[in-house]
Design a protein around this ligand. Structure first.
Ligand code: URA
Length: 235
């Protein structure tokens, strides 16, 4: 793999930054400075140092995104912009995909990765990964409705949802809802089961990951090693 590709995949530097750093002697391969950033390396064996920092090789890429409205959480779409379209070109070339789906008009936390095994584990119903959403509904929710939704709502197709947790704000028409499953349009359909309607939905956590308030809508960052380690615990 080319060293500039390696550094870009590891989230260390863009290709332009790598070229500049190489010209200035800032990139070392096994302790020896390279003049150009197109040198080929073996990421599993070679020791790469970028501007004095040793760069650990990670086989997979993990990204946290704050999904904006109107963008679909898919890898491609004939009509709408996808979460992949929001990434820079180098990252669009990796086979990243969103780990779980948010509806087009749902905002917030999406994790993108090319680590199929991890994604499979996190999405498997047997792992009960918690997802917390902030919601607003058209009408206030009564105590009886909260109890019904929390215990298990019967959706229009007869499916009974697993227990969830709702923390309602004082206005009774907004709050947090935490699910341990992810059926198609689940929260919207849960609210419909009590003749109500979701007017705002934003995912704020996914398992151990929390939406990063420093990320504006549409922005993303790489997961930290600590966040990756926490996700890995879901074995
Ligand atoms: N439930 C929904 O209805 N939509 C989402 O995007 C996520 C959960």
């Amino acid at each position: 793999m080319r060293i500039d590709k390696f550094l870009s995949n590891m989230g260390v530097a863009t290709r332009t930054e790598s070229s500049r750093a190489a010209r200035q002697g800032g990139i070392l391969v096994n302790g020896v400075a390279v003049k150009k950033a197109d040198v080929h390396i073996d990421p599993e064996k070679d020791i790469i140092t970028y501007c004095g920092r040793k760069i650990e090789y990670r086989k997979y890429t993990y990204i946290l995104m704050n999904k904006p409205d109107g963008v679909v959480s898919a890898t491609e779409d004939g009509r709408d912009r996808t979460v992949i379209d929001l990434l820079p070109e180098e990252l669009q070339k990796l086979n990243l995909f969103p780990c779980g789906r948010l509806d087009k008009h749902t905002l917030g936390l999406v994790m993108l990765t090319d680590d199929g095994d991890l994604a499979h584990r996190l999405l498997s119903p047997k792992h009960h990964v918690k997802k917390k959403y902030r919601f607003e509904s058209k009408f206030p929710l009564s105590d009886d409705e909260i109890e019904y939704l929390e215990k298990g709502a019967t959706l229009e197709d007869g499916y009974v949802t697993k227990p969830s947790r709702i923390e309602l704000f004082e206005d009774k028409r907004s709050g947090y809802i935490t699910l341990t499953e992810g059926k198609y349009h689940q929260i919207k359909r849960m609210l419909e089961s009590v003749n109500n309607k979701i007017t705002y939905l934003e995912r704020i956590t996914f398992g151990p990951l929390a939406l990063d308030e420093k990320l504006a809508r549409g922005e993303w960052r790489f997961l930290t090693q600590n966040e990756i380690d926490e996700l890995e615990k879901h074995k």
